[in-house]
Design a protein around this ligand. Structure first.
Ligand code: NAP
Length: 270
């Protein structure tokens, strides 16, 4: 097993984002990345895009890789782990992005004590602006955690969280881009409703979201403080905020995140 080799099983949406981030935006040598997928076309396409190695089966990947990413759908994980089990080698690190599949479950399907890391990424990882929540099993050392975090840096920000909060991380962050897109879509429709052309409304709203997020990111103020600056007495913003409160904007959003968290728990097994 070569120390630097990386395996990726599952070359779909999230697997592709991981390869793109690590190879294209990061400094991982593509010659050290081995790709496998049930779909021959998908793995070949990804390999040719980033000059990675493509393998025919797991025998050509597992014994040669130190770190192995598992990026298949949760329902395909059990079968995959059973196929990996006879090939596992001590010292390897298995890194799973599968929603709801626990570290304990992965360890129990492989060898006891297998080093396992769980990630909850979100789709902006595709452009290096994602956030990846990380939980690691007890046998993963601090150096190994840092090594994996460094590999993932080009995809965005990494945040460590205890595994018991992974469902919450899924409900808030893995699902998070969908809430923001719905907000943006609705704001654009609102712009059209008050007479602004759709393309112009779209520019206004997207830049509002980017600008507001950058202000929050750059000056460490609480969102309420920044909101107060925009809200003049008896002005337009206070009228809008009153309507949002009356219509239950906040409670609706909080309930949505709680519901996504609950659903993530339902999907969990292990
Ligand atoms: N997409 C997201 O935004 C997101 C966010 C956070 C976490 N995740 C997690 O990322 C994982 C992958 O999601 P995805 O959206 O990337 O799914 P996807 O696009 O369907 O990709 C999964 C790929 O794995 C292949 N596959 C299935 N079983 C396999 C096996 N035994 N060996 C090798 N390849 C196999 C599938 O092939 P077939 O299509 O032929 O079955 C498919 O090409 C999921 O567990 C999900 O929970 C995704």
């Amino acid at each position: 097993m070569a120390k630097n080799n990386i395996g990726l099983i599952g070359c779909g949406a999230m697997g592709s984002a991981l390869v793109k981030g690590m190879v294209n935006m990061g400094n991982i040598d593509p010659g050290t990345v081995y790709l496998y997928d049930l779909s021959v076309d998908r793995k070949k396409q990804l390999a040719s895009e980033y000059n990675c190695k493509v393998v025919e089966n797991l025998d050509e990947l597992i014994p040669y890789c130190k770190k192995i990413f598992i990026a298949v759908k949760p329902q395909d994980t059990e079968g995959l782990l059973n196929s990996i089990k006879p090939l596992v080698q001590p010292g390897q690190i298995y890194i799973s992005v599968a929603a709801g599949i626990t570290i304990n479950y992965i360890e129990s399907c492989l060898l006891p004590g297998t080093k396992t890391i769980r990630l909850m990424p979100n789709t902006p990882c595709l452009i290096g602006e994602g956030v990846i929540v990380i939980s690691a099993g007890d046998t993963v050392t601090e150096d190994e955690r840092r090594e994996v975090e460094n590999m993932l840096k080009p995809l965005g920000v990494t945040i460590r969280m205890p595994e018991k909060l992974m469902d919450a991380a899924t409900g808030l962050s893995g699902t998070g881009p969908a809430y923001v897109y719905l907000f943006i879509e609705t704001m654009i429709d609102a712009g059209v409703s008050v007479g602004i052309r759709r393309d112009v409304a779209s520019k206004l709203v997207i830049q509002n979201v980017i600008g507001a997020a950058k202000m929050l990111d750059s000056n460490a103020q609480h969102p309420a403080e920044l909101r107060n600056i925009v809200t003049s007495p008896a002005g337009t913003t206070s009228a809008a905020l009153l309507t949002l409160e009356e219509e239950g904007f906040r409670s609706c959003l909080i309930k949505a995140v709680m519901e996504a968290t609950r659903r993530s728990g339902e999907l969990r097994f292990g």
